[in-house]
Write a protein that binds this ligand. Structure first.
Ligand code: GUN
Length: 296
């Protein structure tokens, strides 16, 4: 029987822990962790994520602000806004929702956030500290994936992890986190030769490519732990519903096929997705404590 890894259950537990810690910081240190989320443009999926980040941080007792900027915002205007937020002492974390519209460059924006408020773990200082094995703010989705993998498998020593996708937001940091757990890590990507054979050697298979149902059942080693980071919107399978324009969310893994082979698997939705926001809250609390000189 394949174990379904219930990300929403783990996320709820994490959110409850964060809520407790926020209350403790307020009571014992007069400190309210604060998070700013910035969205440029009106992509519906990004709007939904940003709304959820704002609502969940408020629900956890944090100071929360959301800045919605029009899609034609200039680089200068965005930089000015982020610089302003970076100087606001009520804010301990800043997240600029990605991807940005094509005319904007995310690198100087992330640099303007600075490493201390970089709750996304995207600043070169945090990315470098992770590689160097130093304490760092680490990207939310990979941190959430690792929580799920450890909760499912326990000790990861010596396991072969294959990470498909090499983004700064997911692929690269999850590979580093798995390496730090003494996994043997293979990074695969769009130019990898014979990807199915490589995936078949994985005890832990992390799919973060953004291609709907790309990983087939016969790419999976029997009993493997499959972590599906993909969130892809596709037409309904039923042609009548598809013709009505109905869509649904699927992962990067062919879930139906994978269920026949995997030992454990994250569903999409309700798998990795809810963990991302829960870890964002956790990272904001961590950033607030570091900035206030409180032990983390
Ligand atoms: N877009 C999709 N996931 C993320 C994330 O974790 N952080 C940011 N900033 N943008 C995203």
């Amino acid at each position: 029987m394949t174990k379904i890894i219930e990300g929403n259950v783990h996320a709820e537990r994490l959110r409850a822990e964060v809520t407790g810690e926020v209350a403790r910081l307020q009571a014992e240190h007069d400190l309210q962790p604060g998070l700013a989320v910035v969205l440029v443009g009106d992509d519906p999926a990004s709007q939904a994520y940003v709304k959820s980040k704002g609502e969940q941080s408020t629900a956890a007792g944090m100071y929360s602000v959301t800045h919605l900027l029009p899609g034609d915002t200039s680089q200068e205007t965005l930089m000015a806004r982020v610089t302003e937020l970076a100087a606001d002492p009520r804010l301990h974390g800043i997240l600029v929702q990605l991807p940005l519209p094509k005319h904007l460059d995310e690198k100087p924006v992330i640099a303007a956030i600075g490493p201390d408020k970089d709750v996304d773990g995207l600043h070169v200082v945090n990315a470098g500290r992770l590689v160097a094995g130093l304490p760092a703010l680490v990207a939310c989705t990979p941190t959430g994936c690792l929580v799920l993998i450890k909760a499912t498998l326990g000790d990861l020593t010596g396991k072969h992890a294959v990470v498909v996708g090499r983004s700064l937001l997911v692929g690269k940091p999850i590979a580093q986190l798995l390496l730090a757990e003494d996994c043997t890590v293979t990074m695969a990507h769009s130019k990898t030769v014979d990807l199915p054979s490589i995936c078949r050697t994985a005890d832990i298979l992390v799919a973060a490519v953004g291609k709907p149902r790309m990983i087939r059942g016969d790419w999976i080693k029997p009993g493997a732990c499959v972590i599906d980071v993909g969130i892809n919107r596709v037409p309904f399978d039923n042609p009548e519903q598809a013709a009505l324009g109905k869509t649904k969310i699927v992962g990067d893994v062919n879930y139906k096929e994978a269920l026949e082979v995997a030992g454990s698997i994250t569903p999409v939705p309700k798998g990795v997705g809810p963990m991302t926001v829960a870890v964002l809250l956790q990272n904001t609390v961590k950033a607030a404590k570091l900035q206030a000189g409180i032990a983390v």
